[in-house]
Design a protein around this ligand. Structure first.
Ligand SMILES: *Cc1c(COP(=O)(O)O)cnc(C)c1O
Length: 821
């Protein structure tokens, strides 16, 4: 018998009949249901299994290819992946959507109905996690040998409910009905240690370090194959779950303390239990530190294992792999790799450090102080004693270098140190990430410039060549092709389908801006998407909205810097204008908000409540009926974003200049033909360059004006006193106009605005209102509006994540594509 022939494998077919066979077999043999009485959810699972079989084959062939070709690999370490639903995305990427629709139709099942039952994989907070998901999609699409590593949270981002206008958080039990997309690998396990102490021995004239008495937790791999669009490659996302070392601690068990044995097992497994729901704030909790180290340690062990199994020497790590740190959450990896190289491989310090620096790169996502991770030295010493020693040594060597380069500048040494000595000693994780990396990038041109000028100015002086800008992008597969099939079809009938993998092709739509018939069709697509969005609004809030009205959309995490309050003040202003001048021909608007607040972020939750109170009041006032509506769509996630974005007319990107690193929601909306009203912040600046300033509404203070005003002493109360419209809006909120049952409800919030207003909402109000008037004026001319909207869609090619990933590959990772077939 020819064993190789027996083991040989031909890929499964993906035509309609093959799908029918797979679906029927999965239903009966995996799910165990009779097709005659299977539920919609059973069919969803069955079809998911049919896709999964084909997915894992692509993964197998891709893996073989990478091993055969000895490719250089890139490992993307991220605490978060905001993926959304997987079924439709996989079908579209693998090119078998139609076959699957038809196969199910023969069983009397509608794919678009059952696909709604799938839970979002919401293992992330917002933009940072969504960027990671887009990067995975792009790496597979472009055949990059890229691996994602993260945590398999049992509970992802909380589900947001709105009760009496307030946010309530429900646990996200996304695994309840089983998860057909993961391949648990119970044999792929690594020990991860916490606590204990370090023992030193002198051996052959060398000091050796042993980390002893530590607690052990097991990290178990769960693999999510991720298919590329149009490519046949599938990459791997490996998510770790925590397991107790042994199911029972035998000691306690034998002593008869069964309960204690089980309790300790449960406690070890809490590490991967839940995603921290803080967006853009550091959490500082011990469990969070343990999560970070847990997934970093398992990933680094796995990476080194693969490297060795492929037969490469440990000192050749930088030739064969790149490791990317998505923000500082995985920055402890720098100390972990050093620990393994020093203590397990017994490399000398300088060799180990050179390898480490050659491997790591780091993306910074924010300049805001509250988001910068620092860990108390005392906590690190207790949880990761050996790592703390290594961090001290890295710092010692680094500061030696600083002193040699800039002799006598002690203040510089204090500023650059990995240890912040002010107010309790803390390790600055961003400094560890910078010192340990050969490349550091910001995520938009302005952000990178500000990194060089402010947060990392001293580092930039030391190592200017390490800093690069790589502007974020989004995947056109999800955010245009999948989320907006009507627009995708209209585009493809004119320029073919290549735009999906070459978004620059959209430029070929530009000449159609002069074609009135095309513009009418473009408008009709928008109208149909607004109908779809109106249905979502009705289903989730009970509110009826007029699809002829301008859909004004602000969807993103609730954060003071993002200034949802500024658009809300404008809504109140519009309300007053309509009330006081009903005879004027006002443009009808629907102000649409969505976004979650961190459960502990009291002011952000108050803003949600205020939006809902204002909505409740305005939506029931006959004085503005048919002219103004306000809605807050609950539970903003990837799936709701996919419905809201195609139906948006106006995209609110109004953060205080200098605070939003890039934004990616801005890109999704512009790509889908929404006009942006925005500040010169983050990627808005580059979007303006791309689409043209005539096709965007820019307002407000610039970054330098914000800092100047702050330095000069900003007094929001003066702005308030000099603007009667603004004064009226704030007075109404402050005095309980929108909260008559509890008039004091927004006193503190209003007082904060009048006395502090850190994000300068009042300073930008007048300019914002003026530009909103231009928005109204343009909206009256539907053809002119849709022409500008088309210029947005046509000129957003630069913001494809494929361009972003190619820049990472070329300027940071030094990896090249390798396509299967
Ligand atoms: C894109 C996206 C974000 C990021 O939006 P910004 O406007 O850039 O903050 C957050 N959440 C979800 C669900 C997204 O899809």
């Amino acid at each position: 018998m020819d064993i190789n022939r027996e083991l040989a494998h031909r890929p499964m077919a993906s035509d309609k009949e093959s799908f029918k066979k797979s679906i029927r077999e999965a239903l009966i043999h995996i799910i165990g249901k009779d097709p005659l009485n299977a539920t919609q959810r059973d069919w969803l699972l069955a079809v998911s299994y049919a896709v999964r079989e084909r997915l894992i084959e692509r993964r197998m062939y891709t893996k073989r290819l990478f091993n055969q070709e000895h490719v250089k690999r890139v490992y993307y370490l991220s605490m978060e992946y905001l993926i959304g639903r997987i079924l439709i995305n996989s079908l579209l990427n693998m090119g078998c959507y139609e076959a699957c629709v038809e196969a199910l139709a023969d069983f009397g099942i509608q794919l678009d109905e059952i696909s709604e039952l799938e839970s979002d994989a919401a293992l992330g907070n917002g933009g940072l996690g969504r960027l990671a998901a887009c990067i995975l999609d792009s790496m597979a699409t472009q055949c990059m040998p890229g691996y994602g590593y993260g945590i398999r949270y049992e509970y992802g981002m909380f589900r947001q409910g709105i009760v009496n206008g307030e946010q309530i958080e429900h646990p996200d039990n996304w695994l309840r009905y089983g998860n057909p997309w993961e391949f648990p690998r119970p044999e792929k396990i690594f020990p991860v240690h916490f606590y204990g102490h370090v023992v030193t021995h002198r051996e052959k004239g060398q000091t050796r370090y042993y980390w002893e008495g530590a607690e052990e937790v097991i990290a178990m791999a769960n693999d999510y194959p991720t298919p590329g669009y149009s490519s046949k490659n599938a990459n791997n996302l490996r998510l770790w779950s925590a397991k107790a070392t042994r199911d029972f601690n035998l000691e306690y068990f034998n002593e008869g303390d069964y309960i204690r044995a089980v309790k300790e097992k449960a406690e070890s497994e809490t590490i991967s239990m839940v995603l921290y729901p803080n967006d853009a704030t550091a959490s500082g909790r011990e469990l969070r530190l343990k999560q970070e180290y847990f997934f970093v340690s398992a990933s680094i062990q796995d990476i080194i294992d693969r490297h060795e199994h492929l037969g490469y020497p440990i000192t050749e790590l930088p030739e064969k792999i790149a490791i990317h740190l998505n923000d500082t959450h995985p920055a402890i990896a720098v100390a972990e790799l050093m620990r393994l190289l020093l203590d397990a491989y017994r490399l000398d310090w300088d060799t180990a450090w050179k390898v480490t620096q050659g491997v790591f790169a780091y993306t910074n996502h924010t300049l805001m102080p509250e988001a910068l991770e620092t860990w108390p030295v005392s906590l690190l010493e207790r949880v990761l004693p050996r790592h703390m020693q290594i961090i001290y040594e890295i710092n010692f060597q680094f500061l030696l270098h600083v002193r040699r380069t800039f002799p006598g500048d002690n203040d510089l040494v204090r500023r650059l140190s990995l240890i912040d000595e002010d107010g309790g000693r803390r390790v600055r994780m961003a400094h560890l990430a910078v010192v340990g990396s050969h490349k550091i990038n910001g995520v938009a041109a302005l952000h990178t410039q500000l990194l060089k000028e402010t947060l990392f100015a001293d580092f930039y002086r030391l190592w200017p060549e390490r800093f690069v800008n790589i502007t974020n992008g989004i995947t056109p597969r999800l955010w245009l092709n999948q989320a907006n099939p009507k627009l995708a079809k209209l585009i493809s009938t004119h320029i073919g389908q290549d735009w999906c993998i070459d978004l620059g092709q959209l430029r070929r739509l530009e000449p159609l801006a002069q074609d009135r018939e095309f513009l009418a069709r473009f408008r009709e697509v928008k109208r149909q998407n607004k109908v779809r969005l109106a249905r979502l609004i009705h289903k989730t809030t009970g509110i009826q909205v007029d699809t002829n009205a301008l859909f004004d959309v602000q969807i993103k995490r609730m954060h003071e810097y993002k200034r949802q309050l500024l658009s809300l003040l404008h809504v109140v202003h519009l309300y007053n204008r309509i009330r006081f001048a009903p005879e004027e021909p006002h443009v009808s608007r629907v102000a649409i908000f969505a976004g979650k607040a961190a459960p502990s972020y009291v002011r952000a939750k108050q803003i949600i409540r205020l939006i809902n109170d204002v909505a409740e009041f305005i939506n029931h006032d006959p004085a503005v009926a048919g002219r103004l509506k306000v809605v807050f769509i609950p539970n903003y996630d990837v799936s709701t974003a996919s419905v809201i974005i195609p139906g948006a007319d106006l995209s609110e990107q109004i953060s205080t200049a200098g605070t939003e690193a890039s934004g990616t929601g801005n890109m999704k909306l512009a790509l889908n033909g929404a006009l942006t009203i925005g500040t010169l912040d983050g990627a808005n600046i580059e979007i303006r360059e791309a689409v043209g300033e005539d096709n965007m509404f820019i307002f407000g203070l610039r970054t330098d004006e914000v800092s100047q005003l702050r330095a000069a002493g900003y007094t929001p109360r003066e702005v308030y006193e000099h603007n009667a419209h603004l004064r009226l809006c704030i007075d109404m909120i402050r005095d309980g106009f929108f909260s008559p049952s509890e008039p004091q409800r927004y006193r503190d919030l209003s007082h904060h605005l009048l006395s502090v207003d850190h994000y300068m909402i009042l300073a930008d109000f007048a300019s914002y209102v003026a530009v909103q008037e231009q928005v109204d004026a343009l909206y009256r001319d539907q053809e002119a509006w849709s022409r500008k909207a088309l210029f947005n869609t046509a000129r957003m090619g630069y913001f494809s994540i494929d361009r972003t990933v190619r820049q990472y590959a070329e300027h940071i990772w030094d990896v090249v594509p390798e396509c299967w077939i």
